[in-house]
Design a protein around this ligand. Structure first.
Ligand code: LFR
Length: 485
């Protein structure tokens, strides 16, 4: 049995349209179209070029049409951002970027109105200043009153593809106003903030057939008779669905612009301890919970490299030759905004914490990678503790899984075996959920298909003794963790 599906994966720094062919229990992924993405600054605001992204998607679909006979298409993207739709079905205004300065101070204001405990008890979601809850609170008065519906970015693209305006569950959970116990919107949080819960669409599960490709899109792209199927539309949820793990005792790192460090739990874990650690309980595939923590990730290096313009392979090879040992807390709020002064921000952090600042691109990169590895190890310990499950293996998936140095550092810092790959976990998770929904994947073993389809690399701990560095890191981050929740 052969089936073919198209996955659209929109990431914060790049997007792609890929064709997946499922044949004899193996999935072959071919990226047909790759395009850059990023925030567009305008007069102090920061936005996504959503129409530009849509044009790239249409272009990718045209390329796919040349391949003939495709069963379905589905879109995933980063989380939390949305568009507002007016009663005529038109997009209102722009789609704001989650790093927009419009959010400065908003989370603090909302938390002064509703207590942190109340928000966390109702949602189990990590406090991040850009959660949709704070974005809605930052809307210009009147905008929400005019809106008929709020659609998350992948939902918006599905709406444009087939006319169905619904929200898919995994991404809905990133808003911080979905109740993981009832599975419904936690509208009482919006009511308490005077925000209109009526704009929230009906929630559907990953794997829901949304409809047929609209006639206008079919005409524009040359694709005929395709179903639009919602995958796990949050990119991290699709990536976790494709983690090639088996059995128990494993964690994952979805490594890219962000580093999402977590485990898959059978149900949400919402306790004073998970609140204190600021862990998130995002919805996963098939009713699972993604108990994880956001770590700033490769964003810091990406922003540095905007100025350096270096080849990433060379940069990481040079970083591997550095002694390392200078550390930052990658989750310090100063590293979140975009900007060419990222090396300066790293150096300032080092100076403030009594360390000699790294100077060269290789030294700066090594400093970030060491810090990311130590942060990952720290979170893995917390996850094992709160879930009462030992973790022995860490699956690193996504673009960052190609950085051998980082994989080895995570193994050394955590004392756990790291298994790296697949690079295209998000695309694979997206494609496999579509294939299953369309009845093309007998059985439920998505992860088995991934294991059969890709080569994985193993990194054993023991390269270096990092106990002193771990202690140093612990003392650097303690202050920050306390400030976070
Ligand atoms: C990763 C990701 C994270 C989310 C962040 C912002 O691409 O989706 O899971 O917290 O982007 O949306």
């Amino acid at each position: 049995m052969t089936s073919r599906h198209i996955a659209v994966d929109l990431g914060a720094s790049s997007g792609r349209v890929a064709l997946g062919t499922l044949e004899n229990g193996k999935l072959h992924v071919e990226v047909l179209h790759r395009f850059p993405n990023g925030g567009v600054p305008v007069r102090g605001g920061l936005y996504w070029d959503i129409l530009g992204l849509w044009r790239e998607v249409l272009h990718g679909l045209k390329l796919a049409a040349r391949q003939g006979d495709i069963a379905s298409v589905g879109v995933n993207s980063w989380a939390v951002d949305y568009g507002l739709i007016d009663p005529q079905g038109h997009l209102m205004g722009q789609v704001h970027h989650y790093r927009s300065p419009r959010l400065n101070g908003v989370m603090e204001r909302v938390r002064a109105q509703l207590s942190g405990e109340r928000i966390y008890d109702a949602t189990g979601i990590q406090f991040l200043p850009f959660n949709t809850l704070y974005q809605l609170a930052a809307e210009v008065p009147g905008e929400l009153a005019r809106a008929q519906t709020m659609l998350m970015v992948p939902d918006l693209l599905h709406f444009w593809l087939c006319g169905q305006a619904v929200t898919e569950r995994t991404n809905a959970s990133s808003t911080q106003f979905l109740d993981p116990q009832t599975g419904e919107w936690a509208t009482e949080l919006l009511d308490a903030l005077d925000l209109p819960g009526r704009v929230l669409p009906h929630i559907v599960e990953p794997g829901t057939v949304l409809g047929e490709l609209s006639t206008d899109v079919a005409q524009e792209t040359g694709l005929q008779g395709l179903q639009v199927i919602a995958p796990a539309t949050h990119d991290t949820a699709s990536a976790v669905a494709a983690v090639p793990a088996r059995g128990e005792g494993w964690a994952y790192v979805s490594s890219g612009t962000w580093s999402l460090v977590g485990i898959e739990a059978p149900q949400p874990v919402i306790t004073p301890r998970t609140l204190a650690e600021n862990l998130t309980n995002e919805a996963g595939l098939d009713g699972t919970t993604r108990l994880l923590k956001n770590v700033m990730g490769l964003w810091i290096i990406q922003q540095c490299n905007e100025g350096w313009g270096l080849d990433y392979g060379d940069l990481y090879a040079r970083a591997a030759g550095e002694a390392g040992g200078t550390l930052i807390d990658p989750d310090d709020a100063r590293f979140s905004p975009p900007g060419a002064d990222m090396p300066g921000r790293i150096q300032a952090f080092c100076r403030e914490t009594g360390q000699t600042p790294p100077q060269t691109p290789a030294e700066l990169t090594r400093c970030v990678l060491d810090s990311l590895a130590l942060k990952t190890a720290q979170i893995l310990d917390v996850l094992a503790e709160v879930s009462r499950q030992p973790i022995t293996t860490v699956h690193v998936v996504g673009g960052g899984s190609q950085i051998g140095l980082l994989n080895q550092l995570i193994a050394d810092a955590s004392g756990k075996t790291v298994i790296a790959g697949p690079v295209e976990a998000t695309l694979m998770g997206n494609l496999l959920v579509q294939a299953r929904a369309g009845g093309h994947l007998p059985g439920d073993d998505l992860r088995g298909v991934v294991r059969a389809s890709v080569e994985l690399l193993t990194f054993k701990p023991g390269g270096a003794d990092l106990s002193v560095l771990r202690q140093h890191f612990q003392s650097l981050t303690r202050t920050h963790n306390e400030a976070e929740v």
